[in-house]
Design a protein around this ligand. Structure first.
Ligand code: HEC
Length: 214
């Protein structure tokens, strides 16, 4: 069985391919051949090769403000995340600032997520939960801005786009630490893994590779 570390190593070997594709390659490499299926076409690969990195690579052209995104939020998100992003019934998106070190940590976009670009990426790939993939790039920029605005991270009229979104400073950007296990010296880890952190969360198979700042 692949350990988390061997998966990470294989992902890095996968080079510029997306995390999803590399993971697929790992599984293929480990499976016996049954003579089924066929290699995916470049079109199929490019349709799922959509991750956005913290430096903004992978973001689509477009722009949006919180003022514009409020309408998208009300129509497409509010039923599940609540009028102010705190009521649910699904994940709380707003608040929890300063709670991570307490015995009642509240992990939200505002309190926990280290990169603003991840929000754009995640909304594009997974939200609205019942109709993923239906928002335009401008709508995604707008609703991303609105979620960040509700968290007090951007202003109502700040225009988010390919250039400005990666500059967004998330409150918990320094809250992630390198692997502290003593058998994983950080120099060796950096050489092997190129400073990557992999997170796989939730039913919605959220797989993200983050660059950990040195
Ligand atoms: C039909 C219900 C539904 C709608 C509509 C919906 N979401 Fe979600 N959302 C969910 C569920 C369920 C999850 C948790 C998914 C998981 O963990 O796999 C979630 C998770 C999220 C998360 C991740 C929260 C975290 O901290 O992990 C974000 C961000 C998010 N939604 C934003 C949005 C935005 C923006 C919209 C509107 C464009 C939206 N959602 C519309 C149900 C919904």
């Amino acid at each position: 069985m692949a350990t988390a570390r061997s998966v990470v190593r294989c992902l890095v070997v996968g080079g510029t391919l997306s995390a999803t594709l590399s993971l697929g390659a790992v599984l293929l490499a480990q499976s016996p051949t049954f003579g089924l299926g066929h290699p995916p076409s470049p079109e199929l690969l490019s349709a799922i090769d959509i991750e956005v990195t913290p430096d903004g690579k992978g973001l689509a052209t477009g722009s949006g403000t919180a003022a514009a995104g409020k309408d998208v939020y009300t129509r497409r998100c509010e039923t599940c995340h609540g009028p102010t992003g705190t009521e649910g019934p699904q994940d709380v998106l707003v608040g929890g600032h300063g709670s991570l070190g307490t015995d009642r940590p509240l992990k939200t976009v505002g309190s926990y997520w280290p990169y603003a670009t991840t929000l754009w990426d995640y909304i594009r790939r997974a939200m609205p939960f019942d109709h993923p993939g239906t928002l335009t790039a401008d709508e995604i920029y707008g609703v991303t801005a609105y979620v960040l605005f509700m968290n007090g991270i951007v202003g109502e009229q700040d225009a988010l786009n390919q250039a400005t979104l990666p500059q967004g400073k998330m409150p918990n950007r320094n809250g992630f630490v390198a692997d502290p296990r003593p058998d994983v010296p950080s120099k060796k880890r950096n050489e092997e893994f190129g400073n990557l952190e992999v997170r796989i969360r939730g039913l919605h198979s959220k797989l993200h590779i983050f660059q950990i700042p040195n």
